[in-house]
Design a protein. Structure first.
Length: 297
């Protein structure tokens, strides 16, 4: 506990932040100073500009203790987004909780491509493997801004994901439907026939090879749900299911938008070609890595 004791001289906001940043830095946390500032802004429920305006003000012992306990938890590489309880995606504030994959900036590319491909009419869209709901909810909200009332269905097998995506939708005022399903299973009748057809299916499925999970950064490997990461031995199991079954659930002229691992495009492309998809394209993320595949049926 001695490493998180704050001396009297460090009770100013500036001193407490500096002490916290040193603790984070010594634990190997990247961006230690910005994280220390952001975490205190959440603890105090103040924006950063307000905190900067009173760096010489002193904090009470209770607030310092609460803050330093959170800093100590972060030194274990517990994800920052879980610690503060939210993150931003497409400029929308999404709640984050354990057992649900944290939304990532790269996934915004899937939303942007889906919006670009959207038809000039109300659409029926599925967000498969929705997790927090960030993709489907952001898509629905952006389309609504443009005057469309798309029917968006969020799909996941995880109860934790379904609960969180429902709460995110309610908090953001998004009109979506949430369905528990193992991939497309809940959308077939007793004879295995599809009961619904969609204009588009968007998905960020698990795509990490099972053997690679042990080498992920600690924040992901030790704390995020394996269910949302593990794409089985070669990382492609969910793409095989999507390529094989999505044609049953897409209307003629419907399209897919898939987030992929950076080395998976050629395999995914070949699967989609074999399944009858055409105009297959790949889009790169900010790091110039293959990240999103789109295709038409």
């Amino acid at each position: 506990m001695s490493d998180i004791i704050v001396q009297k001289s460090d009770k100013t906001i500036s001193g407490v932040i500096n002490r916290a940043a040193r603790i984070l830095d010594s634990a190997g946390i990247d961006n230690s100073t910005p994280e220390a500032r952001h975490l205190l802004s959440v603890i105090l429920d103040e924006d950063l500009s307000s905190i900067y305006a009173r760096l010489k003000d002193e904090l009470d012992e209770f607030t310092i203790g609460r803050y330093m306990r959170a800093i100590r938890k972060r030194t274990t590489h517990y994800p920052f987004q879980y610690l503060i309880g939210f993150t931003y995606f497409m400029d929308y504030k999404f709640m984050c909780r354990e057992n649900v994959l944290i939304p990532r900036y790269d996934s915004e590319l899937a939303v942007l491509n889906a919006l670009e491909m959207g038809y000039d009419r109300n659409m029926k869209v599925m967000d498969l493997c929705t997790g927090s709901g960030c993709i489907g909810i952001s898509y629905e909200l952006e389309r609504h801004k443009d005057g469309y009332d798309d029917e968006v269905t969020l799909v996941d097998i995880s109860d934790d994901a379904l609960k969180l995506s429902t709460e995110n939708a309610e908090a953001l005022g998004s009109n979506v439907r949430v369905v528990k399903s193992d991939m497309f299973e809940a959308f077939r009748d007793e004879n295995g026939k599809p009961i619904e057809k969609y204009d588009a299916i968007i998905s960020n499925p698990p795509y990490i090879r099972s053997g690679d999970i042990a080498y992920l950064m600690k924040e992901v490997r030790d704390f995020e749900p394996k269910l949302a990461l593990d794409g089985t031995r070669d990382g492609l199991a969910f793409y095989r299911t999507i390529a094989g079954e999505a044609p049953d659930f897409l209307k003629e002229g419907g399209y897919l938008v898939l987030e992929i691992g950076s080395e998976q495009y050629l395999d995914v492309r070949d699967m989609l070609k074999s399944a009858g998809f055409s105009d297959i394209r790949v889009f790169k993320d900010m790091n110039n890595l293959d990240r999103v595949v789109t295709a038409y049926l």
